[in-house]
Design a binder for this molecule. Sequence first.
Ligand code: ZN
Length: 184
Amino acid sequence: MDYYTYQKSRNAAWHILLDAGIDRLPVDLKKICRHLRISVKCYDQDADGSSQIINGSPVIIIRNGLFRPRARFTIAHEIGHILLGHVGMYRLVNREPSPSDNPIEQAANAFAARLLAPSCVLWALEVHTHEQIMRLCDISQAAAEYRMERMNLLYKRNRFLTSDLERQVFRNFQAYIRETRDIL
Ligand SMILES: [Zn+2]
C-alpha cells in the first residue's frame, strides 16, 4: 500500500471517530453506523462481509453467526470500503488482515484497525500486548496481533500525535484514558 492510500485510510478513520463523537473503547460501531446512516444486516452467506448501495443508502451484510470480535472487524472493514469509495468500483472480498491482500483490501483493513484500535489511545494507555488490545478494543486475536506489530513500530519511531486530526481524537478520549489507565 502506498503512503497516500495509507494516509487516506488513516485520516478517514480519525475523521469518523471525531464526527461520530467516539470518546471511549471499545469503539461503538452502532453509533458510527447510525451517524453514517449505514444499515447492518445478517444473512447466511460465504463471505464474512459485503457492502452494497441500495436505493442510495449503504448496507453492510455480515455472515450469520460470526463471533463478535470478528463481526466488529468485518463491519469496520466494510465501513472503510464505503467511506473510501470502493463500493461498486471493485470486486471486494473480506477476511482478516493479511499482507498478501490487494491494495483495496489493505486500505479497508488499515481503516478498520485504526478505527477500532486508535494508536494514540493505546499509546496513552501504555498498551504493550495483543491481549490488552483484544480486551480493550473487542477485536480478534489475529487483528490484535497485527495491530500490536504496528504499535511496536510506532513506539520505536515515537510516532504519536503528529497530526492535528490525531490530537483532536486524543483530546476526545482524555476522560476515558484517565479512568482506564488506573485500572490497567
Ligand atoms: Zn473487503
